[in-house]
Design a protein around this ligand. Structure first.
Ligand code: ADP
Length: 370
């Protein structure tokens, strides 16, 4: 019969294909139990619940342990690393942390993403901000949809420009009843097309996180560009504890596209917190959101009906939740906000220094305070 130590030693042959280190070194082996009948139980901790490399670990662990003398069977099960353990893993991987800085007072970072444009990701973000704020939270919105920024318009901030504080920090604009908003749209001419290349983008996002005076926030919502790209990569690197919310429309095709962004989030080790189905009803159908949520093993936070008033309010620059909280679409959005609150502990995220190998060197355009 092998000892626990011998089992642990054998698990050094199981390599995380993405992090390229063994699971013992990564401290992902949660527990080992050797029973009298030769059956060994191993629990492996994953970085995210829907980890796509789960079966890789399952096979690897079972094979490695079965080779030990006296082992008659292997049970492999999984749990998820806590936020603290994930942060420790980030440090171990040499990402280095920057606990001070603007985001030190931000309790939860929620990235709102979608597989493609036009599914209502920005509308959901603006309304979630209003709903979270109405529940008594301090809320910030970072519009990182650099190519299709729409938060200034949806939150009624038109042509205003942020000021720079005495500490040379950008002061976010205030929308609704005190939601803090920052958007690339504040720095470009109205409707101007912005050409962003990787390094510039990285630098701008880093500045939005570091050099904006966000102050104390319960929630910082980040409106991501659709799809999988540079912005998500940068944010995942800077904010490994951010949670990811996926907005999808109900049709099967949209769901397939949304799944891709979920896979990207998993690859980047961002935790997927839940799915929001938008535009459900007679035209697009319903059910795609719950299928996606089931597949990803995360909650469906809400199913928001197709609603003319929701669109009209977006166009008018006042989110529906703020204007008419009892409208059916607003109620669904408020339900999504309550789901977000239920999913988020009161821990402070830690900002990470991007690893030099993975991050492009910041260069190019700077925001006004730099
Ligand atoms: P994205 O950020 O995914 O590109 P937007 O939030 O900009 O999408 O929404 C695209 C368009 O759809 C906007 O005109 C918006 O007002 C409208 N829209 C969003 N959600 C709904 C909904 N539930 N019912 C009706 N119109 C909606």
């Amino acid at each position: 019969m092998p000892t626990q130590e011998q089992v642990l030693e054998s698990l050094r042959s199981v390599i995380d294909p993405e992090l390229r280190r063994d699971i013992v070194e990564l401290e992902m082996v949660r527990s080992i139990e050797v029973h009298d009948n030769g059956v060994v139980d191993v629990i492996v901790s994953l970085t995210t619940p829907g980890c796509p490399i789960r079966s890789h670990f399952q096979t690897g662990v079972a094979q490695a342990v079965r080779e030990l003398e006296g082992v008659s069977g292997v049970n492999v099960s999984f749990d998820v690393l806590s936020d603290n353990e994930k942060a420790a893993l980030g440090r171990k991987l040499g990402r280095g942390s920057l606990p001070e800085g603007a985001l030190a007072q931000v309790r939860n970072v929620i990235c709102v993403g979608s597989g493609k444009g036009g599914v209502g990701k920005s509308s959901v973000t603006a309304n979630l901000a209003a709903a979270l704020s109405a529940e008594g939270n301090q809320v910030g919105v970072l519009d990182a949809d650099v190519w299709g920024y729409s938060q200034p318009r949806m939150l009624g901030l038109g042509a205003q420009r942020p000021r720079v504080s005495a500490e040379r920090k950008l002061i976010p604009l205030s929308a609704l009843d005190g939601v803090k908003v920052m958007s690339i749209g504040f720095f470009v001419e109205q409707d101007a097309a912005v050409v962003w290349r990787g390094p510039m983008l990285h630098k701008a996002l880093q500045q939005f996180l570091e050099d904006v005076d966000w102050g104390e926030l319960d929630y910082l919502l980040i409106d991501l560009p659709p799809g999988t790209g540079d912005v998500s990569m940068t944010l995942a690197q800077l904010l490994p504890q951010a949670k990811f919310l996926i907005v999808t429309t109900p049709q099967p095709v949209a769901q397939k596209v949304a799944r891709r962004s979920a896979e990207m989030a998993a690859k980047l080790k961002l935790e997927i917190a839940g799915v929001v189905e938008n535009m459900s009803g007679p035209i697009f159908g319903e059910g795609g959101g719950s299928l996606l949520a089931e597949e990803l093993e995360v909650p469906l936070l809400a199913s928001i009906p197709l609603s003319v008033t929701l669109r009209e309010q977006s166009d008018a620059g006042v989110p529906l939740v703020f204007e008419n909280p009892d409208d059916p679409a607003a109620q669904a959005l408020r339900q999504a906000a309550r789901g977000v609150i239920a999913l988020t502990p009161v821990e402070l995220p830690v900002m990470q220094e991007p690893s030099p190998a993975a991050a492009p060197k910041p260069a190019g355009m700077s925001l006004p305070m730099a």
